[in-house]
Ligand binder design. Structure first.
Ligand SMILES: [Mg+2]
Length: 264
């Protein structure tokens, strides 16, 4: 059983918690893909790594390490590049304001690196971004180097798992809370970094046209499709207001997929 004191998002006794991936979900582009494609080994190798991960040929951790090893620019330069180029989902800001007003904590679970995510959130949302809890990998200096030197930084993974950051480790204790206090758990994601989270929420939002949909269909994991945060906001509001049950909403994805509306 999870203990409520150890769970930061339970501090305000919320009725629902919105857990979410960061890259390609809250943002339009994936920042790690962007670095790899533009100043690392390029889109072709990166895409092959994604496919190999989905097919179980390589762990996410190893594939991601290879991607980031190919990026040798000093860390501050990487942050600058990303702050200039990564855009926010146009519906996220309104949704985030609604979550603040309605006591629905937003928790980012990411395979990216905390300093990148914090810099992007601050740039895109402003000071309120500090209210978002971020659980992610970190960055460290390579032996004998500093992170602001060429080839000076490396990823510091969150845990020992093959995911690098096993998102289920954060989600599961919330899921195990007693029924009378357990909040509704949402999760939104788009790709290979979300495989460890896919089974752990009450309602999984999977991004239209992205890898996570194929994975959910193959593994028979219930989901619903989202195109942007406007559609997420509409559904989350309906559920929190009690107009739709999460169970019903979680059946939507397969219907959308079969009707050719999932973009894959
Ligand atoms: Mg993502």
């Amino acid at each position: 059983m999870g203990s409520i004191q150890d769970l930061p998002a339970m501090k305000t006794n919320p009725k629902a918690i919105f857990f979410t991936d960061f890259d390609g979900t809250i943002t339009l582009q994936d920042s790690n893909d962007y670095m790899t494609d533009n100043i690392g080994y390029g889109v072709e190798k990166r895409r092959q790594g994604n496919i190999d991960t989905l097919e179980g040929k390589i762990t996410f951790r190893d594939s991601f390490q290879e991607m980031l090893d190919s990026v040798t620019a000093p860390f501050p330069e990487c942050i600058d590049l990303l702050v200039k180029n990564i855009k926010l989902d146009p519906g996220f800001k309104d949704f985030f304001e609604w979550t603040l007003e309605n006591n629905v904590p937003v928790v980012v679970l990411s395979s990216g690196m905390v300093p990148v995510i914090r810099a992007l959130l601050k740039n895109l949302i402003g000071p309120d971004s500090e209210k978002i809890e971020v659980v992610a990998n970190d960055v460290k200096a390579r032996p004998g180097k500093k992170i602001d030197e060429e080839n000076g930084w490396d990823i510091q993974f969150h845990d020992e798992s093959g995911f690098g950051h096993d998102k289920s480790l954060t989600l599961r204790p919330y899921g195990q809370l007693p029924d009378d206090i357990r909040p509704i758990m949402f999760y939104a994601g788009d790709g290979v970094s979300d495989l460890s989270a896919a089974r752990e929420s009450d309602l999984l939002f999977a991004k239209k046209g992205k890898d996570l949909i194929n994975y959910c269909v193959r593994e028979e994991i219930p989901f619903t499709v989202f195109a942007d945060f406007k559609s997420i906001a509409a559904k989350v509001k309906e559920i929190v207001e009690g107009k739709v049950t999460v169970k019903d909403a979680a059946q939507d994805g397969f219907k959308q997929y079969k009707a050719g509306e999932a973009g894959v």
